[in-house]
Design a protein. Sequence first.
Length: 139
Amino acid sequence: SKYYELFGQPGLLPEYIRISNIGQFSVVWNAYEKYLREKCNNDFGLKKFKIKDLFDDLIKKIEPINDLQIIEEFEVMRNTRNSLHDGGIYNSKFAPFKGVLCDKLFTFSPGNPVVPLRIMDVIKTMWSHYKVFEKMKVN
């Protein structure tokens, strides 16, 4: 009953859900980034620091049929992750960006809050990328 009483406080439950979602997103992003770095290094000898540059090189190497969709989904997740450095605000120095993830349009406007991603949508998207990357033959 103590926990129900705590979550009955105005604003506490939504804040808890928000913080929990950020933490879960950070964990799955770290696993995804680690996988991408290992895939790039082990299969293609690609070694770059910036994950965006590494991801772009990976896409060029494997040339998936749905490359534009994969890049767009990656950018939605990456821009959301990067916004965490600024308290959930899209960096005011970045260019505006719009992208779709799981049939939902996300708009990134400089200096504005970023709409949080549903963690299951992120996991579903990362899994779809993994399946594409693992079906590719390594030359």
